[in-house]
Design a protein around this ligand. Sequence first.
Ligand code: MN
Length: 130
Amino acid sequence: MTKTVLLIEDNEQNRYLTTFLLERHGYTVISAPDGMSGIELANHCAPDIILLDIQLPRLDGYAVARALRQLGKLEQVPIIAVTSYAMVGDREKTLTAGCNGYIEKPINPDTFVSEIEQFLRGQRPAHEAS
Ligand code: MN
């Protein structure tokens, strides 16, 4: 069955590349350019996984992750932070906010989809993600 990825990302080029890579591998991608519409979509579209940019206008990714985790029906849905923050402390912050792991920006087109697949299979616990 086709898996649905919710992508919350304000940068249009990043949205384009991520969507392109995932659709090429058969995923359905729905995307939101900001946190509020991302939360709205998450509530209505039952995504299989959520990719969350941390640097977002207004509501940042940490706040979005916390809000998503308040939605009971998303309890089992992996939330993966996509972040260019190099600091270990910032990564920890994404996990504390409710994310299951993180992927570094800029994304690597050669490994990105297999990273997502590992998260979908639950084979990539947060403490091993990098
Ligand atoms: Mn951003």
